[in-house]
Design a protein around this ligand. Sequence first.
Ligand SMILES: [Fe+2]
Length: 409
Amino acid sequence: MAAAEHQWPEDADGRVPYWVYTDKDVYQKELEKIWYGPHWLYAALECEIPNPGDYKTTTLGEKPVIVVRDEDGEVRVVENRCAHRGLKLCQNRHGNESDFVCPYHQWSFDLKGNLLGVPFRRGVKGQGGMPKDFDPKENGLNKLNVEVVNGVVWASFDHNLPPFREYVGERFWKHYTRVYDGRKLELLGYNRQHIPGNWKLMQENIKDPYHAGLLHVFFVTFGLFRADQKSAVDIDDEGRNAILISRKGEKEQNEVTGDLRQFQSDLQLSDPRILDVVHEFPGEETVGMITMFPSVILQQQTNSLSTRQIVPKGPGGFDFHWTHWTYADDTEEMKLRRTRQANLFGPAGLVSADDGEVIEFAQQGFAASEEQAAVVTMGGREKDPTDHMVTEAAIRGMYGYWRKVMGYE
Ligand SMILES: [Fe+2]
């Protein structure tokens, strides 16, 4: 069915039709309107490319890009696609180069993406070569809009969107700078996985505090995230970005655990250092999970700090790139603590393995029923911030924004 033929269900804020996850035309339109549209996309941590010439390759939407520090120390993001015949120029994940040379015909580009050289540009023995009016300035790599914000590299294909702080708004700027406060960051390591489900399901997962205290036996058992804990969901004015805020509780049995089929109060960790949690951020909260639409989740779960980048791969799957980090001025003990706590996350994490699995089950469930719809009425039909967890308000907020951008109002 073509994208234009789809109708949004009548209960607009309470339903999400399954075709948003399955339809190829809808997905193509998402790439164009959302991923290549006016949104800041997560590209890298600045600490991954500390020196001039350092680069990393990644994918924004479906487009390969190079994130590189130029000779003046400035971070650039250029499309990883030769201006000549369209080849993916650079195949490495990381490296250091003084320029990028295409393997096919050796066109070369400087670290800012400008075309440096074209072999045989003036021909050989007076024959052939590029036309006289060929202008190297017009044949550089496609340069993205870039802003480095407290250690995170944000990029956009749109050159007219507002600066990051204005884009997220002052309320969200406060959430962002709670963890990304300007201190230097240091890389701890990576995980990568492919999840066979639509990319929006990952955004929904972290906009959905309702599941966290039910699906994640580990969270509930060890008191990290439970429905009876002091918590809140904040949503930006557009509905696109959200944060789940919560406070770690105790391992105890009460009315909440009575509803949980898997709760076992007698479970013990054989290595309790994985939960050697120390309080470090301002306020009482121990969890702040930010969903930045569409490309990333900024995770702060006790002392575990990660970015989780979403790389869509067609309507039915996405790659998930985890980057675990620490503050550069942390003690060795703190760095080790963050590394240990990272065992809760990533593809085989004690918590997040659950999410990968249910996202796959979701895609399997609705793949053949695209005119049916999901129910997202937990907590009402409002899309406003709340001070509890038993709500799907942030999912409704995201689809309110999605419909506006995609033209399904
Ligand atoms: Fe989860």
